[in-house]
Design a protein around this ligand. Sequence first.
Ligand SMILES: Nc1ncnc2c1ncn2[C@@H]1O[C@H](COP(=O)(O)OP(=O)(O)O)[C@@H](O)[C@H]1O
Ligand SMILES: [Mg+2]
Length: 371
Amino acid sequence: MMHQTIKRDGVETIGDPYLCLEGMNKKYGLVEVISNLNLAVRKGELIALLGPSGCGKTTTLRMIAGLIAPTAGRITVGGRDVTQIAPHGRDMGLVFQSYALFPHMTVAKNVAFGLEMRGLSRADIANKVAKALGMVQLEHLAERKPRELSGGQQQRVALARALVIEPSILLLDEPLSNLDAKLRDEMRTQIRDIQQQLGITTVFVTHDQVEALSMCDRIVVMKGGLIEQVGTPHEIYERPATPFVASFVGRTNRVKGKRTADGCIRIGSSMIRSARPAVQDDVMVMVRPHRIHIDWNAASTEQQGETANRMAAVLSRITFVGDVIQYHFDVGGSEFIVEESTKKSQVSRDQGDKAVLSWSVEDTLVFGADQ
Ligand SMILES: Nc1ncnc2c1ncn2[C@@H]1O[C@H](COP(=O)(O)OP(=O)(O)O)[C@@H](O)[C@H]1O
Ligand SMILES: [Mg+2]
């Protein structure tokens, strides 16, 4: 499902918006932790709020849920203004990092809780609980207590409990952060599958770029209570709007450069080109480590092409990271890291080895030095 995304006055406008945040603001005393946040989420979309600790992800999610009152702004769901509606009236399911299960209740009772609160019949409740537990593949553990389950199983109970009320929006706050790496991978897939099966509009808070890139339709990158960029994982990774986004999502080399009269960029004694023109005289050039090719046998940096940048480099260090090998180069006083997949037939290299690094103009990101 592709929609047109148009930027107008810095506000994202999309086709078919479902959950809309307009002019959201949150102050604690004099401290503004969310500043004029505007966001539109489509029906059925899985959107990530991604950013470092303290950037305002949880605050935003809790304002959507109605657990925190905004200082200013408006929240609508399907055109209905819910800003003043209490949490239980908003029809949203919530999952927290800490599973927040009732320890004395069985799995089935935990999942049934929200339905009992809503006064459904026993038969209806049994039916819906079985369906929700089936969705997270926990039918066989319905009579266990939370302490008799692993962390991953407990988190799946929390997910079933959020889904059983058939909410129109699912809100997840770092649901995988307490799980070990392997389980996190499995849960990512499971959450994405369930989300797509149900077609449920979902906001997923995470500080983990891999989680955001691998699971979500779009990513909202936040920093200091502001949105830095909204885009698909591909857009965020390939066309980061700011140096912060480029560094936070994926690894990148950074090196200072100067714009020249003919629109090139000078780094040390080398001249390179970028896809977009430099907007300032002092620039920061960024290149992804795995987008750089190493030519160990090049005699010179001649044959500067229209599409490739080339720079002479000296190897300063090698780091072996299992499936990847990182070569650290000195490039006119700056460090450049190049990553290659390891091969059995790897030729060993030594500190001081000379090489020519090349990468496409397309892969050369350029920002103002003070951005
Ligand atoms: N109740 C509160 N009182 C004062 N400051 C708060 C309160 N809750 C959160 N903050 C501050 O708001 C900012 C955003 O917090 P939060 O939304 O929890 O960030 P994140 O979830 O991205 O880590 C932080 O600087 C945090 O210290
Ligand atoms: Mg948080």
